[in-house]
Design a protein. Structure first.
Ligand code: B12
Ligand code: SF4
Length: 574
């Protein structure tokens, strides 16, 4: 039997259950290699260039299982693509979703396309840029994406395969910043959106896109094509006096629900979509560029059943960019009032599948408190409780009323920017009361427009939460600003060189919160049950102090002002 026509895959960091520890899913953003480490240093003697020890990373980032090299689980977007190809006429034996550690098995002379799902291929996402000091170190995301491409390239060379390698999904914009990788990896084309970084939705045209690829239509396609078609853009970059070319295929579409196929094989983490887009319009976010559509509960149930029957899932991650927008008609809900009935119906349908646990991936604080019956009612349906905590990611972004009003005013609707501190405090109280734990993300250096006073407002707000609500449960992760969404023309915030003393204070305060406060108060109660939970907490307890000491050391080296900020955070805001 020959090799399949189309091979789809993703690197190890996106093909791991992370031993069931939901916060560990971001571990790929951790630094792997420090190419500049001083050879005489203590750490070089112990770890050479490794930053997060590889043995630890590989243990936590365990591979998903496979069946004869075929991945048993895959990122949801890749599952959508697979389903689209099968709907559009490709046969099952022509399309495979390969396990990254068995990729060679599927690449041969008959292979026409190898498609890779890439969320952070060069380690330039916000979390990664924070942990690698703005890519001064190499992250595991980049390391394993590089390894995957090298293996694909070697397999092609070995078998004489002429397969075209195509990179897809939300992280492909990163190749614009490091185009040398396009040649190094041997990438034939990169699928890119026309509006900001977020990937184009290919659901309605999966077959057409792959047929164009196979037939060589992207070799010299009319750049003035009709609006609804794909556009080929051969970009020229100059690096170190050398010209580099990359084939970018631009596309934008808003498929109707009927054009979005249901997944037919299990997704990672039992994740299924319930909506596309968000509608709140934060300027620093590109998800909001996808227009709003809601899946009817039956479609959601259909996909959860695939995960349960074929993947043995007992829980469902409900992907929503803001769950509290589900079912809302933005034309009539000017204040973004949640549609409680629609949400109750949705979660009742989800629980009717028999899953033991479900949690929405993202939700806004304003949405959570806009209707006082909302969280209590959903919680009853999904049976949240001390043994069934509901983790949800929420944007805290900043404590600065000026910045939140300027960049994310609709995130607060129906409230106004001057009520932001109240919204945050009330939001935490409301969620915690029903055993929901928000995992907050903050943006450092937002649009390079953050003043020291803005940063202090953030530090004060976190500290007030700790003081006023001493039993509150939340995590806070400060991320550096990355120019995506409506701010894609802005510059990256360079944490390595541009961090002000007050911004260091924000970083310090968030780590202090997570590792000194969070672990003691609630982290042992969340995540997967069983011994791994205790193992992970033990690691977090022992390693948690490392970044705090590193920041203190950094402050001592940097300036007296930096040092004073840390002292002030410790003395006044802890
Ligand atoms: C689930 C998720 C995760 C999970 C992934 C779990 C998994 N293994 O699948 C976890 C928590 C691990 C994660 C981590 C990260 N994530 Co994430 N994640 C998402 C989220 C919420 C949903 C992704 C999804 O399934 N979307 C729905 C599907 C249908 O859309 P899609 O993936 O784009 O797929 C479509 C197309 O892209 C296309 N397609 C998909 N694959 C392929 C392949 C080929 C070859 C082709 C041609 C087309 C194609 O077809 C699909 C159907 O149209 C998105 C937000 C969002 N709304 O997308 C953020 C998002 C993708 N993540 C993001 C980022 C930055 C990260 C991190 C770097 C952390 C961070 N915030 O800094 C890490 C990187 C992880 C890594 N190892 O690379 C950003 C990307 C922003 C950008 N433009 O770069 C997003 C958009 C969130 C945001 N607004 O910040 N993430
Ligand atoms: S609420 Fe979240 S998903 Fe929606 S636009 Fe703002 S940042 Fe993006």
């Amino acid at each position: 039997m020959g090799t399949p026509k189309i091979v789809l895959t993703a690197d190890r960091t996106l093909m791991s259950p992370y031993r069931g520890l939901s916060l560990a899913t971001f571990f790929g953003c951790a630094p792997a290699i420090d190419p500049h480490r001083d050879k005489n240093s203590f750490w070089y003697k112990i770890l050479k260039n490794q930053v997060t020890p590889k043995i630890l990373f590989d243990f936590i980032c365990n591979y998903i299982p496979h069946t004869n090299g075929v991945a048993n689980f895959a990122p949801y977007g890749l599952r959508k693509l697979e389903a689209g190809l099968l709907r559009d006429g490709f046969r099952r034996d022509e399309v495979v979703v390969a396990h990254p550690d068995h990729i060679e098995q599927f690449i041969g002379p008959e292979t026409q396309v190898v498609g890779t799902y890439e969320m952070d291929p060069l380690g330039m996402g916000p979390v990664t840029m924070t942990f690698t000091y703005g890519r001064k170190q190499i992250s595991y995301d980049e390391l394993y994406n590089t390894e995957l491409h090298q293996r694909i390239k070697a397999a092609k060379e070995k078998t004489g395969s002429k397969a075209k390698v195509i990179s897809g999904a939300s992280g492909t914009w990163q190749y614009n910043y490091d185009p040398e990788k396009i040649e190094e990896f041997g990438i034939y084309a990169i699928l890119e959106g026309e509006l900001g970084g977020i990937a184009p939705e290919i659901d309605g045209h999966a077959g057409r896109f792959f047929n164009y690829l196979i037939n060589g239509d992207f070799e010299n396609m009319d750049p003035f094509r009709k609006r609804s078609d794909f556009k080929v853009n051969i970009k020229e970059f100059e690096r170190n006096g050398k010209k580099i070319h990359g084939r970018f295929v631009n596309f934008w579409d808003r498929p109707e629900l009927e054009e979005i196929p249901d997944i037919i094989e299990p997704s990672m983490h039992g994740m299924v979509e319930v909506m596309r887009g968000c509608g709140r319009g934060c300027k620093f976010c590109d998800v909001t560029l996808r227009s709003l559509r809601y899946y009817p509960p039956e479609k959601v149930v259909q996909e959860i059943e695939v995960n349960m029957k074929k993947g043995g899932s007992t829980s469902a991650w409900i992907h929503s960019d803001d769950i509290f927008v589900y079912g809302m008609d933005p034309r009539t809900s000017k204040g973004m009032e949640p549609n409680r009935e629609a949400l109750e119906e949705l979660f009742t349908a989800i629980m009717s599948t028999g899953v033991e646990h479900t949690n929405p991936t993202h939700g806004t604080l304003a949405g959570a408190i806009a209707d006082e019956k909302l969280i209590p009612n959903i919680s009853k349906i999904i049976k949240s409780g001390p043994d069934n905590m509901i983790g949800v990611q929420a944007g805290f972004e900043t404590g600065s009323l000026r910045l939140i009003g300027k960049y994310a005013d609709r995130k607060l609707a129906p409230y106004s920017p001057d009520e932001w501190h109240w919204v945050v405090k009330e939001g935490v109280k409301t969620l915690n009361k029903d055993y929901w734990i928000p995992a907050f993300t903050l943006i450092m250096g937002l649009d390079n427009d953050e003043t020291p006073e803005d940063s202090w407002e953030t530090i004060r707000l976190i500290s007030e939460l700790e003081q006023e609500q001493p039993e509150s449960m939340f995590t806070a992760t400060a991320l550096t600003f990355v120019p995506i969404g409506l701010l894609e023309k802005s510059d990256f915030f360079n944490i390595g060189n541009e961090m002000t003393p007050a911004q260091l204070g924000v970083l310090y305060k968030t780590w202090q919160h997570n590792f000194k406060y969070g672990i003691q108060k609630f982290m042992t109660k969340t995540g997967a049950k069983g011994p791994q939970r205790y193992f992970f907490n033990a690691i977090a307890r022992s390693l948690g102090g490392v970044p705090l000491s590193a920041m203190e050391k950094y402050a001592r080296k940097k300036s007296k002002e930096h040092e004073l900020v840390i002292e002030k955070v410790k003395a006044q805001y802890w």
